[in-house]
Design a binder for this molecule. Structure first.
Ligand SMILES: [Ca+2]
Length: 252
């Protein structure tokens, strides 16, 4: 059995033991009669922390197993516009934002976080025939007043981040804060294509964007523009005409 399968089997076994222990606790008469969720929860926690039935059997050591399982839970998101992750997350890799040319048909609409060093597999070097082109991205923020203004034409970067002990990622447009019980990973500016060019998926670019040093030469490629709200079907107020939209990335 390979190591991965063995680890998975162990996890399933551990979960099964926790489940059985919880069932033992829930079978106690006091717990069955109780409608107080705190009482039930305390029984389960006692099981997990080894406090049930003589401090150990059959559940001794489950606290460590439980915490180990919790540490293995994670969720992944891309932090657009930065080389690093927030303190709450580990860096998986960093790279360059890539995608289709702003004014060319046939490109993918979903920007990619391209690794710094690619790996090719028996690649043929050719532009003949039918091929899709993938470019690097530039910030198009000449008229922007914040940190973005000094990044105009800068080559855009990204980081893929793994948030520990979290299981969900949510990007909310037009918000700077997360719902209750969610953790804010970063906030930023909603960016996408210009109304004059081919469409692309919106991305939430960090409010303090980084770029490749010395990259402000205008070489185009995938272009990242601020996105504004337009009144009509979108109600104003509370939305405001032509305001650049914020965004926030949350985990839970
Ligand atoms: Ca550039």
């Amino acid at each position: 059995m390979c190591e991965t399968k063995l680890r998975m089997t162990m996890k399933i076994f551990n979960c099964a033991v926790v489940f059985v222990c919880c069932m033992i606790a829930l079978s106690e008469a006091d717990v069955r009669k109780s409608k107080d969720i705190d009482t039930v929860g305390q029984y389960i926690w006692n099981i997990i922390t080894g406090g049930y039935r003589g401090n150990g059997r059959p559940c001794k050591g489950l606290k460590e197993e439980f915490l180990k399982l919790m540490n293995n839970i994670s969720t992944v998101y891309t932090r657009w516009g930065r080389n690093t992750c927030p303190e709450s997350a580990d860096l998986v890799y960093s790279g360059y934002i890539g995608g289709g040319h702003y004014n060319t048909k046939g490109a993918g609409t979903n920007p990619q976080c391209m690794p710094r060093v690619p790996e090719y597999n028996n690649a043929l070097q050719s532009t003949s025939g039918s091929r899709g082109y993938l470019y690097g991205a530039e910030y198009e923020t000449a008229s922007y007043v914040s940190a973005f203004s000094t990044r105009n034409n800068g080559d855009a970067v990204c980081a893929v981040c793994r948030a520990r002990s979290k299981s969900a990622t949510l990007t909310i447009p037009a918000k700077r804060n997360c719902p209750e019980d969610w953790t804010k990973e970063y906030e930023g500016l909603m960016m996408g294509s210009s109304t004059s060019y081919y469409g692309m998926n919106y991305v939430c670019v960090d409010e303090n964007p980084e770029m490749v040093p010395g990259s402000t030469a205008n070489r185009d490629g995938l272009l990242l523009y601020p996105v504004i709200s337009i009144c009509g079907s979108l109600p104003c107020t509370p939305y405001i005409s032509s305001y650049e939209l914020s965004c926030v990335v949350c985990t839970a």
